[in-house]
Design a protein around this ligand. Structure first.
Ligand code: 7F7
Length: 437
């Protein structure tokens, strides 16, 4: 029986974000073998989590060794060296002064949940500022400080204020997008969100699920400066765009700022469940037994994380992301010469968004076309998904190990998918069967 059929009968719909009958039997490098045996180039890396691709030898060896020796399965009450070594590594590669600590979890959601709980508990402040369009997680608290349009089923938490994230392609308000957002922040801080009761601002250096939005130069440093002036902690959510993906080790390094706390996830584990928070001891040591999950800091996931960081360094994957990202952007611009539906190409390194529009003057979002492109791409041998407040932004976040040839391979398939989708040669009813987001 096909995997798609078995999935429908066994897996809960509440955890499905499906764009088509996409099912894989195996993976190797940057390719997947679909359930029907087809070879598919993976431009998603499972929403950026498979940072080393599939089956990287370094990961296989590290995880195999760790699971065979297992110094326990939890850091909560038994110290293990892989967790301590990974924490030491994370402290050494993240900017920040003073006495700092590392918390380990399993997902970007629990990392951001822990950040919010810890900054509020340690400072005694009750308010948090985040941005419309941000996806900080799928757990109750991480969701409640998110601003993604796909999460309106869950109300925001008390004390949350959402600002517009600067989107140069779609300005929300008159004037320069960065200044408009900062003016709204100033107004909030001067009125209903007093700094004396505001624990943190949480922000992505590139807003990923909101549509790979890249803020204008100067916005993030200006935001950081306001946080500093007002004594508000600055949290950078690096879960999707961190750890080399943008062609820098940290996405926030594109501008001169040093966050107070940083959350990591997805690519940190290379496909294994692993997240981390790096921040001041004053916050992360404020008490014991505060943010615990049994498998936090388990040696297998932490060994995977160490192998990921070591491989990123040993194979020059930050530099590869920068170089391949330029090739990807140039290739997409060539596609834009042939496809009017491509309204905007943006991002950094291997964190790239392609916004599809009905026409370039109106910039009306082309959500249906985007869904059809993703569906057709799979049929033709390319896996990618879409994001954005209007579900019209193709997200390209391949493994950091991707090669020039594989970039070209994926772009060639995307070209055909755009042609077919734009010409109405995709079965609309088949696409409509998948809700996407
Ligand atoms: C910037 C950022 N921060 C935190 C998260 C939550 O990470 P987890 O899904 O590992 O809990 C995410 C997760 N993003 C979603 C995961 C659900 C499917 C949609 N695509 C994503 O990348 C994220 O992008």
């Amino acid at each position: 029986m096909p995997l798609v059929t078995r999935d429908a009968a066994a897996i809960a719909a509440i955890e499905k974000l499906r764009f088509g009958p996409f099912a894989a039997r195996s993976g190797n490098g940057r390719h997947l073998v679909a359930d029907d045996g087809r070879r598919v180039i993976d431009f998603s890396a499972s929403w950026g989590a498979a940072s080393l691709g599939h089956g990287h030898p370094a990961l296989v060896e590290a995880v195999g060794r760790a699971v065979a020796t297992m110094p326990g399965a939890s850091l909560l009450s038994l110290i293990n060296e892989p967790a301590v070594a990974l924490a030491e590594k994370l402290l050494s590669i993240t900017p920040g002064g003073g006495d700092r600590r590392v918390w380990f979890g399993h997902s970007g959601s629990d990392a951001n949940e822990t950040v919010v709980r810890a900054v509020e508990a340690a400072t005694g402040k009750r308010r948090v500022i985040a941005f419309v369009g941000a996806y900080h997680g799928g757990t109750a608290l991480s969701m409640s400080v998110s601003g993604h349009t796909a999460q309106t089923h869950s109300p925001p938490r008390a004390g949350l204020f959402l600002l517009p994230y600067p989107d140069p392609y779609r300005p929300h308000f008159p004037g320069a997008v960065g200044e408009a957002a900062l003016a709204q922040l100033d107004y909030l801080l001067a009125t209903v969100c007093p700094p004396s009761d505001t624990a943190a601002v949480i922000v992505e250096a590139i807003q990923a699920d909101g549509g790979l939005l890249v803020p204008p130069p100067g916005f993030l440093p200006a935001l950081a400066e306001r946080c500093r002036l007002h004594g508000i902690l600055l949290v950078c959510d690096e879960v999707k765009v961190g750890l080399g993906r943008t062609g820098l080790l940290h996405a926030f390094q594109a501008e001169s700022l040093t966050p107070d706390l940083i959350s990591f996830g997805k690519g940190l584990g290379g496909g294994l469940p692993l997240s981390a928070v790096v921040g001041p001891a004053a916050i992360l040591d404020h008490r014991t037994a505060f943010a615990m999950q049994t498998l936090c800091g388990n040696p297998v996931s932490c060994s995977a994380g160490r192998a990921v960081l070591d491989t990123i360094a040993a194979e020059g994957l930050v530099e590869n992301a920068a170089a391949r990202g330029l090739e990807l952007a140039n290739g997409l611009r060539r596609l834009a010469d042939r496809h009017e539906a491509i309204g905007d190409i943006r991002g950094r390194g291997l964190a790239v968004g392609v916004e599809l529009v009905e026409n370039r003057e109106s910039r009306a979002p082309a959500g249906s076309l985007c869904q059809a492109v993703v569906y057709r791409s799979w049929e033709l041998g390319l896996l990618l998904f879409y994001v954005g407040a209007r579900s019209n932004v193709l997200e390209i976040t391949p493994a950091l190990t991707i090669t020039t040839a594989e970039i070209e391979e994926g772009l060639a398939v995307l070209d055909l998918a755009l042609q077919d989708a734009s010409s109405g040669r995709v079965d609309a009813a088949a696409v409509a069967a998948y809700a996407g987001w």
